[in-house]
Write a protein that binds this ligand. Structure first.
Ligand code: BDR
Ligand code: CA
Length: 321
């Protein structure tokens, strides 16, 4: 895989369920000089997979990156019934804004693409997963060991010490497909988890979004203002604060600028059976001397973030688009 010798960009696959924050994350990844996006795989999550594919294609048209291929992935979780998030992202996933459909069609199947790319480019690719982990789990089931070929998996999902955002203890991406989350955590790949604990630190208030849109009338601020209005309303009525959290862009930031994050090695597992705890991350934080006696598998986990710097980079990207 060829690289720019003057600026070593990391070849990256984005796995998404767009999703307003997925849309902003896509733009950030496409614009970040550290990353070179090679393909986009779509999974059922915030919206059903066909709507997600349509959104991904439309977003690439809007952002001017029509040459990047989009792949259609899993239409449902491994075991559980599908759950979507229209109350946050709108029925269309884009905050129910007028969104021009693309004439483009998906290039192929997400799982085929992941298996092929990770087989061809061992140790070179970063996969940034911003939705339920179904596509990655299916790739691992199809070709056991294939996820270990990734240079790194960067996963937005779960919560360790903070509260959940779907149930008291579960974050949406892990809740939507806990079996997939568990399988991917246990795959032994080089993994960086970016949980709600840090993504929840990177938020933007409605008043700031409106100020940005008034001060800088660019396609980026117009999109942010229109697409976030539904999510801002949902946040205001459920939490009393009119602000959105930039979960997926923060995970992209962790892939592009790891120096902005504090990382710890933690032993994690994911609850799949609990009646009221499905999707909960079980972190073994016991002070045990023998790592082998810990529950779960060791993964790197973001535990701190320079939230102001990350937010400023996201803001710059939105204003500059
Ligand atoms: C995650 O859930 C989705 O709604 C967002 O797009 C993000 O990936 C946050 O819990
Ligand atoms: Ca997402």
């Amino acid at each position: 895989m060829s690289q720019n010798p003057y600026y070593p960009m990391i070849p990256t696959i984005l796995d998404v369920d767009p999703g307003v924050d997925d849309a902003l994350a896509m733009l950030l990844a496409l614009k970040a000089e550290a990353l070179s996006v090679r393909g986009i795989t779509v999974v059922s999550g915030n919206v059903p997979v066909d709507r997600g594919v349509r959104n991904a294609l439309g977003l690439l048209d809007m952002f001017g990156f029509q040459d990047i291929p989009v792949y259609r992935g899993a239409g449902r979780p491994l075991v559980r019934e599908p759950s979507h998030a229209p109350h946050v992202h709108g029925l269309d996933g884009m905050g129910d804004v007028e969104f021009t459909a693309s004439k483009a069609t998906p290039t192929g199947d997400s799982v085929d693409y992941l298996v092929e790319m990770l087989g061809l480019h061992r140790g070179e690719l970063v996969v940034v997963a911003l939705g339920p982990l179904t596509n990655l789990a299916l790739a691992e089931a199809r070709r056991p060991g294939v996820l270990r070929n990734a240079l790194k998996l960067v996963i937005m999902g779960g919560c360790i010490r903070s509260a959940g955002n779907v149930t008291a203890v579960s974050e949406f991406n892990f809740y939507a497909d806990p079996h997939a989350a568990r399988a991917v955590m246990g795959a032994g790949a080089e993994t960086l988890v970016v949980p709600l604990d840090v993504t929840g630190e990177v938020g933007i208030a409605g008043v700031e979004i409106r100020r940005l849109a008034a001060a800088h009338q660019t396609p980026g601020t117009r999109f942010l203002k229109a697409a976030s209005s539904n999510a801002l309303g949902f946040a205001a009525t459920t939490t009393g604060t009119e602000a959105i959290k930039l979960h997926d862009p923060t995970a992209v930031a962790a892939a592009a600028w790891p120096e902005l994050f504090d990382v710890e090695r933690l032993w994690l597992d994911v609850e799949v059976q609990g009646e009221i705890t499905a999707g909960q991350v079980v972190a073994d934080l016991r002070p045990l001397l023998d790592p082998a006696s810990r529950q779960g598998r060791p993964v790197s986990c973001c535990v701190g973030v320079q939230a102001d710097v990350v937010l400023e980079r996201i803001r710059e990207m939105v204003v500059g688009f």
